[in-house]
Design a protein around this ligand. Structure first.
Ligand SMILES: [Zn+2]
Length: 220
């Protein structure tokens, strides 16, 4: 398999394994992993290496204060919480998104961005990155744009193409400030993507002077 495209870079997977990725990027990697056996196997290898490295570390001596605080925390866990009925989730939604999407994509408060695109913001990362879902109607197109920061996209349903090729369910796409692209959903069905943008996108088309100040305001 060509690991250079449509998968997270090795460095990104290694950072995910080490737990050092920002939440927004970790969500994208998690959503991709649910569709990709190749990256899941790669991650298992990285986790094994990480745990072997941990075992080689010499244990540090814990202070009495730390021991006492740990024992206090254990004491506070003894009260058994009532068992909660497990929620039923739509199996087509990645598990990492269940905290944001519990009733299905159709129930979300979608906002109209254009005739072709609706979006719903899920959260903001501590680094300011916006985490949102984008829904493009069949055959619909996003306005041509570049980025002032990196843009991470995972295709959750349907597919879209741009100047670099066709992206299908599960594909992981990274674009940066050098990339100018025009995503177009395929005609067969609507396309739903998880999108993380680390800075405002910059429209380059006819309406750019009108749209760019509005988009930048969304990051203020
Ligand atoms: Zn992959």
């Amino acid at each position: 398999m060509d690991r250079s495209s449509n998968h997270p870079a090795y460095e990104l997977l290694a950072a995910y394994s080490a737990g050092s990725l920002p939440l927004s990027q970790a969500l994208c990697v998690s959503a991709h992993l649910e569709h990709c056996h190749s990256c899941t196997r790669q991650l298992q290898r990285l986790n094994r290496v990480g745990s072997e490295l941990m075992q080689q570390l010499k244990p540090a001596k814990a202070s009495n204060d730390l021991k006492n605080r740990l024992l206090d925390s254990l004491d506070s866990l003894t009260d058994e919480a009532p068992a909660e009925q497990p929620k039923r989730f739509d199996p087509s939604i990645p598990r990492c998104l269940h905290q944001f999407v519990d009733q299905g994509y159709a129930e979300l408060p979608w906002k109209r961005v254009s005739t072709d695109i609706h979006s719903v913001e899920l959260c903001r990362d501590n680094n300011g990155a916006k985490v949102e879902l984008l829904k493009i109607r069949p055959g619909g197109s996003a306005t041509t744009h570049t980025h002032l920061g990196d843009e991470y996209t995972v295709i959750l349903e349907g597919s879209f193409s741009d100047e670099s090729g066709l992206y299908k369910q599960g594909d992981f796409v990274v674009k940066d400030a050098r990339d100018r692209h025009t995503p177009v959903a395929t005609q067969d069905r609507e396309c739903i993507c998880l999108a993380v943008t680390e800075g405002p996108i910059q429209f380059t088309g006819f309406f750019s002077r009108l749209l760019n100040p509005l988009i930048r305001r969304g990051y203020a």
